[in-house]
Design a protein around this ligand. Sequence first.
Ligand code: ADP
Ligand code: MG
Length: 518
Amino acid sequence: MDRPFGNYILHERVGIGGMGEVFRATKHGPDGFVVQVALKVILPHLAHEETFRKRFSREARLAASLTHPNIVQVIDFNIIDETPFIEMEFVAGTDLRRLLRSLTQGELLSLDESLGILYAVSRGLDHAHRHTVSGNTAGGIIHCDLNPHNILISNLGETKVADFGIARAMHGDATASATVRGKLAYMSPEQIEGRELDLRTDLFSLGIIAYQLLSGVHPFERGSEAATIAAIGKAEHLPLSDKTPGLPPPLYNLVEKLLELDPASRPDSAAASLEILQPLVSPGAGNTLADRVRSTGSGKKYTAGLVQDASPTAATIHRKGISYFWKPLVPGAFGAAFIVLVFLLLTGPAPDQPQAPAVTGTVSAPAAEPPSVESPALERTLVIQTVPPGARITGDGITPGITPLAITMSADVPRPHLEASLYGFYKESFQVPPGTEDSFIVNLEPLPTGTVRISARPWARVSFRGQDIGETPVFIEKVPVGEHALTLSYDPLEVEKRVLIEVKEGTNTVSVEMREGP
Ligand SMILES: Nc1ncnc2c1ncn2[C@@H]1O[C@H](COP(=O)(O)OP(=O)(O)O)[C@@H](O)[C@H]1O
Ligand SMILES: [Mg+2]
């Protein structure tokens, strides 16, 4: 699926997150110059927000100033065809979450592998935490979203931390970020409580990852997301020494210190972690990891230095054909471009439009993704994602919800038929294919749009999708094709009318007489 994008060619998608999609891409220069990079393409609804873009470019600029072997290099932040994106070093390999999932039940990475990863992550963190840039008063750069998704492991056995500062860019301040990103299970207690954060928030997340690597279980994993969050809030966990006896004693001390509830009781920098890990790390750890990444591949095949998705954990479907459209209720009386049906607001419920925000506004914030802790063996949780997120999922036997949406089903039950609906996009019917691992992604295709010009006699106030648009004559731009309802009110006569319009591409004209009956 190669697709040109400026002077890049987008190849396969290697992942999808709360902010956008990540592609392997090649950048093409003069005289056949080609270099492989990763592009994180920002979701359209975020891309169009001016404040987000400003914040985002600032964080990307900070992140780009970090150069370290254990940090995924940010190369550029740019905009092509109104699409902002981050160009990064492409790490051919896998991420830690996929690597852990490729283990069989009860299997752990070897101690050497785990220590190698933890040492590398600590080095990356330490570098970023110490990094000062003029203009960045906060001192170093805090990650705020350190979790196994953001730890990339290459086919050569290198460990690199991705997405420094991105969590902050998502929300301006770091505190709310994890709720958006959904990696709740790796947040620190102070982050959960929305308190001010410093670099020690990353040290707590490092502690969780260390505990998980060394014991095979997440220290705060409980039956439900709420219980997990409550446990993190109290930093309540079984000591690592009880869970996994026989490890070098300094490791227990380190992990318990990192997992201290009070940031002041944690080490004050990642250097403490380096000091303890350094004498324990084996020089061969990278090679063992390289072998593991290449052999398990975590769904990826290694071919001539390029990664190809052989059996991606996230299945994707593309919309084929138009799955629905509205039919006009009466033929147009004013010409082919528009059809107007007027009736009193008092009558009838609103048409069954997907519940979503306004025309020119943004898509509502997606519900938080569930924590990345594993679910019990028979009941499995599948996360339905949509691009863009925020779609309503309905279907037999599931509680409807907004994407990203976790649905739980038992492994032996047939997959339900589901439907995704999002304002401005074609409705999508789908069924999750058997064998889908942990998430299923539905690409929604935007509906074409038209402009609606509304006039009324003598005049009227117009409201559309709950928003006051103003007094006629008014234009509403970028209205998705299909049927929509407008409410017009003419105060002098206390008349309110609800108007159904069938919007087509191009300009649609609506004129309404407010002084007559329906
Ligand atoms: N620079 C990169 N090189 C290779 N793969 C990457 C890179 N950045 C991200 N990925 C992959 O894409 C996935 C999605 O990334 P991202 O959008 O940051 O979401 P998340 O971190 O929540 O998974 C990652 O989990 C990882 O597997
Ligand atoms: Mg990431």
